[in-house]
Design a protein. Structure first.
Lengths: 133, 418
């Protein structure tokens, strides 16, 4: 089964970021994690790496509501690039707004939508999902 | 007999043998003798009862039509497309405040060229559709200039009633009606709809904010407590307690913010007072003196000292405070903040303009979120994402609007339409 080498967390909530990284290490989610506090920082880091399959993350856990560049704006920009490998993107948000779910469904690059708080079971599901593909 | 006329004709009634009254056209011609004395008459009698009845019916029908037109206050028009001649009835002119008899022929046609420039292209397009046969009936609504200079809303209906053999329109007939009253009601209704849908949008937005912001804190509590249970390392546990405390503080702040929003969203106490704008602006700058000095900011004020606004004093103070603070706070890193505050009256509305030389906002990227709650656009530690949200709501609660112009790296101008 394929395993996740590099995961990327994009979220402005520092408490959540601490928690998710902790949860990732408990579940052996991935070998390594990088994290960014908003969409702009993530793009600044990721865009120069789109041709490098080693440096690109396998999985991105993306928040929606963020300052400067939010989750939707990040996606709109990121999908413009031809990536050197497939990157699985999950939305992880506190949003229970149906409009957000509908919008997420319209993006083919989004694999799933998780509502916070993320549980161990959610991470296991992502891992199984990733292994199958 | 006096040789005034050789013939005469008249319509008169005769009694028929059966007692009916019949209409007869009597034509009489006189035949003269060679010595110019009358010899005899030749009389011709023709029963015109049917014709008379028809004419009578036609007359009544026309009268009825006139009454209908009169009662509906509709004007009628005819347009000979070939010659270009337009015939409008009296009411077409009285609608616009003119008296047909006082107008010269050339003025008659000029008046009907006065369609409002905003409405002209559409009216023309609808007319073209009708003239090309694309639509059977012409129907359009437009404004026309009345004699006193005011705009009158007109509804016009028409139909081409004669086509040439090769399919060209020849004659068109139609009506015109003053629908100004209806239009004004319509405009009022649209305005009300807009206010209601705007309030509705704000309510949904607010409900969404409440659920989202409270949920994110709740989620953090849940997650951190679960992790705490699994953690054995004492140092790490201590760190988690710190984070939990921080989360509790964030939650308290969120609730305070939401309370602030609720308190004016549903506040009906919008009492106004006549306020000297210049004085209020200077007072507000004094209130943020600490920030102004710390950032070495300069304010230039161009406001007529006699300019007064009728406004809720607490709102005005909060609005000015917010814009002034933002103008200084989001300064450009390479220059000192300079803020120009001016106010002027345009079309009866007071406009306050606040222009800064700060970092600017990418409106293409953030324009639709600029006034949203908890939306921040800069990596600024103090950005709460609540100020502009509240400001916008306060301005709108008082029936005004805000416009924003900005260029990244150059500065931002906010225009508040009081």
């Amino acid at each position: 089964m394929k395993t996740i080498d590099l995961a990327c967390v994009i979220d402005d909530d520092k408490i959540y970021s601490f928690g998710i990284k902790k949860l990732m290490s408990i579940t052996n989610f991935c070998k390594e994690v990088i994290s960014f506090v908003n969409g702009k920082e993530a793009l600044d880091y990721l865009v120069p790496l789109v041709d490098d399959p080693q440096a690109l993350p396998d999985v991105i856990l993306l928040d929606l509501n963020m300052p400067i560049i939010d989750g939707w704006q990040f996606l709109d920009e990121f999908v413009q690039y031809k990536l050197a490998k497939e990157v699985t993107i999950y939305i992880v948000s506190s949003s229970i707004d149906v409009a957000d779910y509908d919008k997420a469904a319209s993006y083919s690059v989004i694999s799933n939508f998780y509502v916070k708080p993320v549980r161990t079971a959610d991470l296991h599901e992502m891992m199984a999902d990733f292994g199958r593909n | 007999m006096n040789k005034v006329a050789n013939t005469y004709a008249m319509e008169k009634r005769y009694f028929h043998k059966d007692g009916r009254v019949i209409w007869v056209l009597l034509t009489v011609a006189i035949v003269w003798n060679t010595d110019e004395t009358p010899l005899y008459f030749i009389s011709q009698l023709k029963d015109i009862t049917e014709r008379k009845k028809n004419a009578d019916r036609l007359h009544k029908e026309r009268q009825r039509l006139n009454n209908v037109i009169e009662s509906t206050q509709i004007g009628t028009w005819e347009w000979n497309i070939i010659t270009g001649k337009r015939t409008n009835d009296e009411r077409c002119y009285t609608m616009l405040g003119y008296n047909k008899s006082e107008l010269e022929p050339h003025q008659l046609s000029d008046i009907y060229k006065g369609i409002h420039p905003e409405d002209e292209p559409k009216a023309q397009a609808l007319m073209d559709e009708c003239l090309s046969g694309e639509t059977d009936l012409y129907h359009s609504e437009y404004r026309m200039k009345a004699k006193d200079g005011s705009w009158v809303w007109m509804e016009s209906h028409g139909k081409v009633i004669r086509w040439s053999e090769d399919g060209k329109p020849m004659v068109m007939l139609g009506t015109r009606q003053d629908i100004t009253k209806r239009k004004l009601v319509e405009v009022e209704r649209l305005k009300t709809m807009e206010i209601i849908s705007d309030q509705n949008k704000r309510l949904i937005n607010f409900a969404h904010i409440v659920s989202h912001n409270l949920r994110s804190h709740a989620g953090n509590f849940q997650m951190m407590l679960e992790l705490y249970k699994l953690e054995n390392d004492e140092d790490e546990k201590k760190h988690m307690i710190d984070l939990l405390m921080q989360n509790a503080e964030n939650l308290t702040e969120t609730i305070a913010n939401l309370n602030e929003v609720v308190s004016f969203q549903f506040d009906n106490n919008k009492q106004t007072k006549l306020i000297k704008l210049d004085e209020q602006i200077r007072k507000t700058i004094v209130n943020i003196q600490a920030l102004v000095e710390q950032e070495n900011a300069s304010f230039s004020i161009f406001v007529d000292p006699d300019l007064h606004v009728n406004y809720n004093p607490a709102y005005l103070e909060s609005i000015l405070l917010n814009f002034f603070t933002n103008a200084v706070k989001y300064k450009h890193p390479n220059r000192l903040p300079e803020v120009i505050v001016s106010a002027f009256v345009e079309d009866g509305h007071t406009i306050i303009e606040i222009k800064d030389n700060g970092i600017g906002i990418d409106l293409e990227l953030h324009g639709n979120k600029l006034f949203g709650m908890y939306k921040t656009f800069h990596n600024h530690a103090d950005a709460r994402g609540i100020g502009l949200f509240i400001t916008k709501n306060q301005v709108e609660a008082m029936g005004g609007t805000i416009k924003v112009f900005s260029e990244v790296g150059v500065g931002t101008t906010f225009k508040i339409f009081i």
